[in-house]
Design a protein around this ligand. Structure first.
Ligand SMILES: Nc1ncnc2c1ncn2[C@@H]1O[C@H](COP(=O)(O)OP(=O)(O)OP(=O)(O)O)[C@@H](O)[C@H]1O
Length: 261
């Protein structure tokens, strides 16, 4: 009999397409469609990945489809060889997601907020106190957990949202602009934490801030007008698109003044 082992985390996206109806055909005018994703395919193993693209490139659409909050017109998302949709709650348990913006209840303390998020993630109540302490330690908020969120700075709120995404030890972590509002010291700290966490999980970071991913990314995915134009380690992208320069120069060379909106 073959022995069962835990497979390495593996995310495969195949042929994702998504269009939005932009005008509703009012007064007999035909509805127009905006294609946000035009057939996107890639696969990711353990590591840290930067998803770079200008405004309107399709990053949020792609993330929303992977996290299951938006349905693709066609294409598939697979986790370790199985359809994410079919896995349903099993997939949601391996997924940690930090959205760009999220309302926080100012009257909650950090501890209460994280306990509430544990309940939403159906983490058994006996595990909640230890989970809360662990993720708070990761983001350097252990000493602030009993303060009300009204007293948190923007950077502390951002770190709390990251802590919340880390509850349940997800093997797939998706972060949308995670360093927004962080000061330079916090950015550096977050970068090294994510690099450490990426050793045995997949971390996908959508960002405009090239320096957030330049030194720590396993690979960068470049998204332009709903199409994946390249996926490669930083050094290969530099060699291909901006020899002798840096990732910022790659970004400018590939996207120029592009704004897909
Ligand atoms: N709900 C919607 N209805 C109509 N069009 C939409 C909708 N959401 C996104 N779009 C359009 O789809 C395209 C991709 O948008 P998306 O938000 O995925 O890009 P993005 O790369 O995340 O941009 P940003 O960096 O500004 O967040 C854009 O042209 C956008 O205007």
């Amino acid at each position: 009999m073959t022995q069962q082992t835990n497979p390495a985390p593996f995310l495969a996206v195949e042929g994702l397409k998504k269009s939005y109806l932009t005008h509703g055909g009012l007064f007999g005018r035909p509805a127009t469609k905006k294609q946000a994703l035009a057939g996107v395919s890639f696969s990711l193993g353990p590591g840290l990945y930067g998803l770079l693209g200008p405004n309107g490139a399709g990053k949020s659409t792609l993330i929303n489809i992977i996290t299951g909050s938006l349905k693709a017109d066609s294409g598939t998302v697979q986790w370790c060889g199985k359809s994410a949709r079919a896995l349903d709650i099993k997939f949601r348990r391996v997924l940690g997601y930090m959205p760009q913006q999220q309302g926080l209840y100012d009257s909650y303390t950090g501890r209460r907020f994280l306990a509430y998020m544990c309940a939403l993630k159906e983490i058994p109540s006996k595990d909640v106190p230890a989970q809360v302490e662990r993720v708070a330690e990761w983001v350097n908020l252990s000493g602030e957990l009993d303060k009300r969120l009204a007293a948190y700075s923007g950077g502390m709120k951002q770190r709390l949202l990251l802590a919340s995404a880390l509850l349940g030890d997800p093997k797939l972590l998706i972060l949308d602009e995670p360093t927004a509002g962080l000061d330079p010291k916090e950015r550096v700290r977050l970068r090294s934490l994510l690099a450490e966490l990426a050793k045995d999980r997949i971390i996908l970071i959508a960002t405009h801030v090239v320096s957030d991913v330049e030194t720590v990314a396993t690979e960068i995915l470049l998204l332009k007008n709903g199409k994946l134009v390249d996926q490669a380690p930083v050094s290969e992208l530099i060699a291909a698109h901006a020899p002798g320069q840096n990732l910022e120069a790659v970004y400018l060379s590939v996207f120029g003044e592009e704004d897909g909106k």
